[in-house]
Design a protein around this ligand. Structure first.
Ligand code: CP
Length: 311
């Protein structure tokens, strides 16, 4: 693997999931692969799971890890040809090349503005690192995608599914803040590459990008969509059409134990209790969110392993 910034970078998904599950059973099998190699993790935004699971994954492979909260460093400029007389102190051209000398792999987290759709969709932060860095780039959640989370979700469904073709429902939920579409986008894209029966349910007007949803069925009736579901993935996203706006906080869309039935409950975390999902679900026997979070390590580890093998 040359980089992991989008799901398309996985050449064989089924094999990758199988190998990730094998790593989970034997996490130190390749503990020498990353010897004398360094992962540099750059955070433009907060993280709990991505930060710790990716660090753990790298260490399981014997890598050294360096972490920089980018807000503690110089303000980066991403525009070409800018007269840098305002707030930016260092251009990404230099920064990415310099960091490439310290790390063998660079992982980046950079959320969208949710105010400038065109700029967010250009993925200018991730693409600038791809363009100017001289080492492989890993996406730890960008403006429009969270492929490491989606790979962990695919591993979780593969481990837990009792059917050849489970019914998977992505259900929007209310949230007081404007959240990115990245997790939902990558989950949909990942499920489209799996042997599952995927349905998306959300209030009218909350459609994700058609470039993502393609022919996936969308049902605005949540109760109807949830019928016979095996896995229910709950996630809020802010409005895509009226970009970045919170147009609905309808609490009727919160996931409840009654609505979930016998389906497995999935969420990427962090999650707001009794806003997105009621306590009874998170504390109940059908919640698999902790297992999902554990699989973040093995998603990151299989990605880093495949990258290290090609260095
Ligand atoms: N799911 C996820 O990416 O968690 P963090 O934001 O805590 O990294």
């Amino acid at each position: 693997m040359k980089k992991y910034t989008e799901i398309k970078d996985i050449s064989n998904l089924q094999e990758t999931i199988k190998d990730a599950i094998s790593l989970k059973n034997n996490p130190f099998e390749f503990e020498d692969l990353g010897k004398h190699k360094t992962l540099v993790m750059l955070f433009f935004n907060s993280s709990l799971r991505t930060r710790l699971s990716t660090e753990k994954a790298a260490k399981n492979l014997g890598m050294d890890v360096m972490i920089l909260n980018v807000n503690d460093a110089w303000n980066l400029e991403f525009e070409d040809g800018t007269i840098m007389s305002a707030n930016t102190s260092e251009h990404i051209k230099e920064a990415a090349q310099v960091i490439s000398q310290y790390g063998d792999v660079i992982a980046v987290r950079a959320f969208p503005s949710l105010t400038d759709k065109k700029k967010d969709e250009s993925e200018f932060v991730m693409n600038s690192f791809i363009k100017y860095a001289t080492v492989p780039i890993v996406n730890m959640e960008s403006a429009t995608a969270h492929p490491l989370q989606a790979l962990a979700d695919a591993i979780t469904i593969t481990e837990l599914s009792k059917k050849a073709k489970p019914k998977v429902v992505l259900s929007w939920a209310p949230h007081p803040k404007a959240l990115p579409q990245a997790v939902a986008n990558s989950f949909v894209e990942m499920m489209q590459n799996m042997d599952v029966d995927l349905t998306i349910t959300h209030p009218e007007g909350y459609e994700l990008s058609e470039a993502i949803t393609k022919n996936t069925p969308i049902n605005h009736n949540q109760e109807d969509a949830l019928k016979d579901a095996d896995f229910v993935y709950v996630k809020n996203w802010s409005n895509y059409k009226d970009y970045g706006k919170v147009l609905s906080q309808d609490e009727n869309w919160m996931m409840t134990k009654a609505k979930l039935g016998n389906a497995k409950f999935m969420h990427c975390l962090p999650v707001r209790r009794n806003v997105v999902v009621e306590d009874a679900v998170l504390d109940g026997e059908h919640s698999v969110v902790i297992q999902q979070a554990n699989n973040r390590t093995f998603a990151a580890q299989i990605v880093l392993k495949q990258i290290l093998e090609e260095l």
